[in-house]
Ligand binder design. Structure first.
Ligand code: PLP
Length: 396
């Protein structure tokens, strides 16, 4: 276990390689023409449902009720939460009470708000090794001391966590339990239960980032961590970014009333009201019309094929790659034994292909022979072309 140092934070854009600074830019990252960035973990523009949102917005904006243009209630639009609770109840197969939901403007904002309200600089938190590099950046913004816990095929290694708990008490443990970013792995049911027991015993919170929960292709994941909120030690975070569109900036967190009360007392909500009432009103329409279900189904069909393609092309063109085929989510987490992936990234960039190097996802400067590739942004043809370019760089 090593503490994560803020000064060890890497300039993310430098590592991605091509982030531009154009002032009229609309998307977070622009990919130059001809470049295939297989590291990129955001959805293909072709998969963002403009028509569905157009229809939903038209329906909502043609009604006389204009209350969604007012400051919203702190916990988030009640009608939207009711629609979301209904949707989640069906997906999870257990009843979700809308009073346990709090509307966020995405998981990133949810994490940031939790850090603001429930931590102070210098607090220790635990994360998985590897973990989502941009969550690490949020934790660094709050001056938190990050310690990493090993993961294996079944996710976070509970024995290692129990051992680490003898040395320090974390404020929270941040996990991405399902189809993890970047590892692609899923925390087993048994370990979920063990993690919750430890949280109760040692009095820490579990922040379960469940952004990929509904993107499953070949294996249904265990129940969401929302099934454990009665323990008063769990916050489950969800988002519309991967199942509808990230530009909506809409998500939710689900937790016990005692934690909801702490969150809704935030000054930012007193002043600005609940998050995104306008977007919530439109997405409510998407949920109630059955559009969200249809969209998830369509995405799962498409992503399932892309996973199959990536799997096939890696085996065909990049025989040195060691990886497990993911059952859901976006990512292939690939080990290239003996390869310095930092160097490979530089060569790859010159060959017009991008990857995310393992180092970005490490809290202790490790994982230098790993890379993350994604199936979210490119179709099968581009995926094959990208893998061929990468294999040429590895051969060199
Ligand atoms: C694990 C994980 N958490 C959170 C996010 C960002 O979620 P949001 O868009 O809801 O802030 C991502 C996006 O890549 C992610 O992979």
């Amino acid at each position: 276990m090593e503490l994560y140092r803020r000064d060890a934070l890497i300039e993310i854009s430098f590592h991605i390689g091509y982030k531009t600074t154009m002032t009229l830019q609309t998307a977070q990252i622009q990919v130059p023409d001809g470049f295939i960035d297989l590291g990129r973990g955001d959805p293909d523009l072709n998969l963002l449902p403009l028509d569905m949102l157009h229809q939903a917005a038209q329906n909502r904006l043609s009604q006389s009720d204009n209350t969604f243009l007012q400051y919203g209630t702190e916990q988030g639009d009640g009608y939207f939460r009711a629609a979301l609770a209904n949707f989640l109840s069906q997906k999870y197969n257990f009843a979700v009470d809308f009073e346990t939901l709090f509307v966020t403007s995405g998981i990133s904002a949810g994490l940031d708000l939790i850090c603001t309200l429930l931590t102070k600089p210098g607090d220790v938190i635990f994360v998985e090794e590897p973990s989502y590099f941009l969550a690490l950046k949020i934790f660094a913004d709050h001056g938190l001391q990050v310690a990493s816990i090993r993961t294996d095929e079944a996710g976070l290694v509970i024995d290692d966590l129990a051992h680490a708990l003898k040395e320090s008490k974390p404020k929270f443990v941040y996990v991405i339990p399902t189809f993890q970013n970047p590892g692609g792995r899923t925390l087993s049911q048994e370990r979920r239960e063990q993690l919750v027991s430890l949280a109760k015993e040692h009095d820490f919170l579990i922040l379960a980032d469940e952004v990929y929960q509904f993107l499953n292709y070949t294996q249904k994941p265990p129940n969401s961590f929302a099934s454990f909120i009665d323990s008063e030690h769990v916050i489950s975070l969800g988002s519309f970014s991967k199942i509808l569109a990230p530009g909506l900036r809409l998500g939710w967190l689900q937790t016990h009333a005692s934690i909801i009360n702490k969150i809704t007392s935030a000054g930012v909500l007193d002043s600005g009201g609940g998050m995104n009432p306008f977007t919530s009103a439109i997405v409510r329409n998407v949920i109630e019309s059955g559009g969200l279900d249809k969209n998830i189904e369509a995405l799962n069909q498409i992503y399932k094929k892309r996973v199959k393609s990536m799997d096939e092309y890696l085996r065909k063109h990049l025989s040195a790659a060691e990886f497990e085929t993911p059952h859901g989510g976006y990512f292939f987490w690939i080990r290239l034994p003996g390869v310095d992936v930092g160097e490979l990234r530089k060569k790859a960039q010159a060959h017009q292909v991008g990857l995310r190097q393992g180092l970005l996802f490490s809290s202790n400067q490790g994982l230098s022979d790993y890379m993350r590739l994604s199936i979210s942004f490119y179709d099968a043809n581009d995926i094959e072309q990208g893998v061929i370019r990468l294999s040429e760089c590895v051969k060199k």
